[in-house]
Design a protein around this ligand. Sequence first.
Ligand SMILES: Cc1cc2nc3c(=O)[nH]c(=O)nc-3n(C[C@H](O)[C@H](O)[C@H](O)COP(=O)(O)OP(=O)(O)OC[C@H]3O[C@@H](n4cnc5c(N)ncnc54)[C@H](O)[C@@H]3O)c2cc1C
Length: 321
Amino acid sequence: MGVRSPGTAYVLLHHYMGEIDGAFRSWGFSRGGTGAISNAIGAAAREAGVEIRMQAPVARILVKNGAAQGVVLETDEEIRADAVSSSVDPNLTFLKFIESRELPDDFLEEVRRYKYRGSSGKVNLALDALPDFKCLPGPGRHLRGAISISPSTEYMERAYDQAKYGEFSHRPYIDIVIPSLTDPSVAPPGKHVMSCFVQYAPYKLSKGTWDEQREAFGSAVIETISEYAPNLKSIIVGKQVVTPLDIERQTGLTEGNIFQGELSLEQLFFLRPVAGWARYRTPIRKLYMCGSATHPGGGVMGAPGRLAALEILKDTGKGKH
Ligand SMILES: Cc1cc2nc3c(=O)[nH]c(=O)nc-3n(C[C@H](O)[C@H](O)[C@H](O)COP(=O)(O)OP(=O)(O)OC[C@H]3O[C@@H](n4cnc5c(N)ncnc54)[C@H](O)[C@@H]3O)c2cc1C
């Protein structure tokens, strides 16, 4: 939502809490890109004896007598298990993977009310050289940090105004990083990648489709940055525009919400994902939730997964008490 919408200051706090290697309020790059973190976690898990199956989409969660028994893959292969832990959102977990008769009506009602409303897009640019910002010309340490196009509160609120009526912001609020300055492995020598996180790009458009508007959205972002870094257009050698619809198609995230559901106050803390079920358990025995749709929400931090694992260990009698 917009910066003046009640409760949204929490979202700012959510982005600045925590620390990396002793640096508080900071964000980090992982060498090789964010996927390197998943690979590192995967490698540690394999070393501990875990078997990880990839390219194996789950189609259903098997439920019998009110308890989870395993999963069925899209290939119809059944995998039986003592417990099932879902790190996808409540829409997929409860409305897609499980028959509604297995769940209490009031719970299903809450799950249907849970809000996603993805509102961000990304524009990734491959560059021949570095952008040259009018306010601080030339290369320098400033390009290694976070660059934000958010000249005023009024500007950001106006960017949201358009989204409120189902349009992407024509003058968006943009968070930019150039990871190749910190990690040269992500671009060829002398070249750069520029990652632009853009608000607002509402999942539901009032006119047309995202497939029709993707190009215009990308252009609005490039035009806006060019006002601050006039050399930008001349150094772009490649461009990837990712809309909320693309995020949903590529990752399964419902409505392209990057955090598996809005971080609005009514679905945070003890209300995430829904009231009464915030402690990683679900109305189905032996079925747990362990992703960003649970407390403390989205971000590459692993906290929901760890907290869920501790609860599962408690229930199975394997945890330390
Ligand atoms: C564009 C974008 C930018 C972001 N930027 C940042 C950032 O800069 N910093 C940050 O901290 N966070 C960022 N986030 C948020 C962060 O990526 C998520 O909060 C985090 O990945 C959540 O981890 P998770 O394990 O809860 O869920 P996910 O990472 O969503 O993991 C769920 C997994 O389930 C898989 N899956 C989906 N459907 C099925 C199925 N049917 N069967 C089996 N598997 C399935 C998915 O492929 C995925 O691997 C960003 C997210 C997006 C989309």
